[in-house]
Design a protein around this ligand. Structure first.
Ligand code: FMN
Length: 376
């Protein structure tokens, strides 16, 4: 205890030794949130703002984090958690830890190897990498890293070209299609407006034609199909043999509809707050979706995952696994493939620790009685 006079009770150790032990060991990141400041210090301001920013007043961006903080655990005691197994099964395969990489645009802003660096870090750990339609590495090059990869589709206006992307993903060995349905038009990202963000020279989309893009800020949404309907989902599920994950679900009725139309899984997501500001936090939307889905299909969740305890919360509320977004880009900007690997290892260790201290031997043992809500 540090008193008014600054005296420290050290329990016998010297004051000097105590201060040494209590000192942080440099600036190395020890949790996912640490990577943000490190990335922002390295990146040109407009690029960091593109990664970290969200729509309008960024209410949902903040709430995605705050919503985890409105819950508390009721851990179990008396359980032997030695030898616990954090692996989960999703879409017919077992993954070593219940998290995967969320699809995100433009990894090459963070690192010259971009998506390939992240995919390699995934391959080394048996984790799923998701490649965005607006990624900067090709569908084929990502597959060649040996990572298990899922291809995220934004529907293009030209249905023939959407069909080509689906066929390429299948031929290259991607294992699933993520159809993102919450971004038929883009949210207003005001940090990007203020910084005048646009695609820098030397960075280009690897899977869509840049020439066709008219809009000069980020995605060039003139090329994208501005309406994403249930008919489009039905078309995708009929066009690919791969399982389809519908991303961007926040409503129970939409989750059921997606499964009725052939989706193999749903991802509860508000796109990291980048689409409709003041949308519900994903973790707050999850229980109703889980009730409606009632075990018919696996549920994924993203938006706001920063801690192993966040992963545990999502599991307890009905997710099979989560997807990690911004921390992947931040760690890539900070340390390339090794930086991303460190972020994965930190999160995997946190998940394993949280499971054990909560008194669980497997993710499947996480259930709602593990949590209570608190206000304020
Ligand atoms: C810079 C950036 C680019 C993104 N690009 C895409 C994308 O191309 N396709 C997509 O489905 N989601 C995209 N997302 C959303 C992520 O998949 C995910 O939903 C979100 O990042 C989760 O929030 P979090 O990063 O705060 O955890 C993007 C997110 C960020 C931060």
């Amino acid at each position: 205890m540090s008193g008014p006079g600054g005296s420290v009770a050290t329990g016998g150790a010297s004051r000097e030794g105590w201060e040494q032990a209590a000192k942080p060991s440099g600036s190395a990141p020890i949790r996912l949130a640490d990577f943000e400041a490190l990335a922002l210090a390295k990146l040109p301001p407009g690029w960091g703002a593109y990664y970290s920013g969200a729509a309008n007043d960024e209410v949902t961006l903040a709430d995605n984090i705050a919503a985890f903080g409105r819950r508390r655990f009721l851990p179990r005691i008396g359980v032997n958690v030695e030898g616990r197994d954090p692996s989960v099964e999703v879409l017919g395969r077992r993954w070593p830890s219940p998290f995967m990489v969320a699809p995100m645009a433009l990894h090459r802003l963070a690192d010259p190897d971009g998506e390939l660096a992240v995919a390699r870090a995934c391959a080394a750990r048996g984790l799923v990498f998701s490649l965005s339609t607006v990624g900067t590495a090709s569908i084929e090059d990502v597959a060649a890293t040996g990572a298990a990869s899922w291809f995220q589709l934004y529907l293009l206006k030209d249905q023939g070209r959407s069909r080509e992307l689906l066929a390429r993903a299948e031929a290259a060995g991607h294992e699933a299609i993520i159809l993102t349905m919450d971004a038929p038009i883009l949210g207003r990202r005001e940090r990007d407006i203020r910084t005048g963000f646009s695609l820098p020279p030397g960075v280009s989309y690897a899977n869509i034609r840049r020439g066709a893009i008219k809009r000069d800020d980020t995605y060039g949404d003139d090329e994208f199909k501005p309406e994403n309907t249930w008919g489009d989902l039905a078309w995708v599920t009929q066009t690919t043999r791969l399982p389809v994950v519908v991303k961007g679900v926040l409503r129970a009725d939409d989750a059921v509809r997606a499964l009725d139309l052939g989706a193999a899984a749903v991802d509860v997501s508000n796109h990291g707050g980048r689409q409709l500001d003041q949308s519900i936090a994903s973790i707050d939307a999850l229980p109703a979706v889980a009730d409606a889905v009632a075990g018919r299909a696996p549920i994924l969740l993203d938006s706001g995952i920063r801690r192993g305890t966040d992963v545990l919360t999502a599991l307890a509320l009905g997710a099979r696994a989560v997807m990690v977004g911004r921390p992947v880009l931040w760690s890539l900007a900070w340390g390339g493939e090794a930086g991303v690997g460190l972020a994965f290892d930190l999160l995997a260790a946190e998940v394993n620790l949280a499971l054990g201290i909560a008194g669980l031997r497997t993710p499947a043992e996480a259930s709602r009685d593990l949590l209570v809500s608190v206000t304020g």
